[in-house]
Design a protein around this ligand. Structure first.
Ligand SMILES: Cc1ncc(C[n+]2csc(CCOP(=O)(O)OP(=O)(O)O)c2C)c(N)n1
Length: 324
């Protein structure tokens, strides 16, 4: 893909590359650390999907909210979470974002409006509607984005979330990341409707569009349109970002269901490679490569610090437990 960029656009793309490279560097290390046995539980990475996280979050302000999924590291980093704390969290250490008690699927950092990852498919969607409604009632112009996979759109909470968000005209953006697979099933094989965009329009959303999820600028522009409508009180919108899950559903999944030719086609349109190519064509190859190298170094340090951090003491087991 030939991309001609003006200077301002080049600078924006360099920033996008920096942001995407940080997510990629974080998650390639997470995958390795999981294989080495340093991360308990399950880990789901979003390698190949970074343009969605960056494109959406770069259209948001710090006081806007996000909810995310079991595959949410990229969303959290893009929204401002500290990768050092996140890595320590994945290692279960006391210095982790949630004191080492949540792990990969429960990272939350309200300081940046990150209301939580979530291991329950579709469960973040109504939470974002609640956050949007609260912002509306408080009279702020904050917007809540619900990141979710395309697998979530067949779950009951998707229906409830869209119905209520439209009814209340809540300032919510449903950012549906269509990475082609729901666990080990090709999502198109279980789809009988016209399109997800049509489904959303039938609920009465202010806007719904499908975007190229490998094109970070296209994702940002779509999000800006949705966010603008939400801030103006026009209610929720839905974006379906078309992307591809490069790793397995979880680390360790051998992906026997994958089509090799299709896999290669998507790798050719890897969002980080696209950005690197465009920046090289624009004469900024050295800066682009330096941005990637800096991201790698940053995340090496996050791993070192996380592995060196102590585990929480047993006296913390009942902290933050609200039910008994
Ligand atoms: C309510 C619920 N049902 C089933 C599962 C098991 N499960 C975990 S991930 C997943 C598929 C999710 O697919 P998608 O929403 O497309 O997200 P992706 O994994 O592709 O990012 C399923 C069915 C779950 N976690 N929660």
């Amino acid at each position: 893909m030939m991309v001609t960029v003006s200077t301002e656009a080049t600078e924006a793309l360099l920033e996008d590359l920096r942001a995407m490279a940080r997510i990629r560097a974080f998650e390639t290390r997470v995958a390795r650390q999981f294989r080495e046995g340093n991360i308990p539980g399950f880990v789901h990475v979003s390698i190949g999907q970074e343009a969605v996280a960056r494109g959406v979050c770069s259209a948001l302000r710090e006081h806007d909210y996000i909810t995310t999924t079991h595959r949410g590291h990229g969303h959290c980093i893009a929204k401002g979470a500290d990768p050092v704390g996140m890595m320590a969290e994945l290692f279960g250490r006391a210095s982790g974002t949630c004191g080492g008690q949540g792990g990969s699927m429960h990272i939350a950092d309200p300081r940046f409006g990150i209301l939580g990852a979530n291991g329950i498919v579709a469960a973040g969607l109504p939470l974002a509607v609640g956050a949007g409604l609260a912002a509306q009632r408080r009279g702020t112009d904050a917007v809540a984005v619900a990141f979710a996979g395309e697998g979530s759109v067949n779950g009951g909470p998707f229906h409830e979330a869209l119905t209520l968000a439209v009814l209340w005209q809540a300032p919510v953006v449903f950012a549906i990341e269509n990475n082609q697979f729901s666990e080990f099933t090709r999502s198109e094989e279980i789809w009988r409707g016209a399109s997800l965009v049509q489904r959303a329009l039938d609920y009465g959303v202010a806007g719904a569009e499908r975007v190229d999820g490998q094109d970070v600028g296209a994702v940002r522009e779509a999000t800006e349109r949705a966010v603008k409508a939400a801030r103006k009180g026009k209610g929720p919108s839905l974006i379906e970002a078309m992307t591809y899950r490069v790793h397995g559903h979880y680390e360790g999944d051998a992906t026997p269901y994958r089509d090799e030719a299709e896999f290669q086609e998507w790798l050719d349109r890897d969002p980080i490679e696209l950005a690197l190519r465009a920046l090289r064509e624009d004469g900024r190859g050295t800066d682009a490569e330096a941005a990637v190298a800096a991201a790698e170094e940053e995340m090496d340090r996050a791993v070192e610090q996380g592995l060196a951090a102590p585990y929480p003491g047993t006296e913390t087991v009942m902290e933050d437990v609200y039910a008994s």
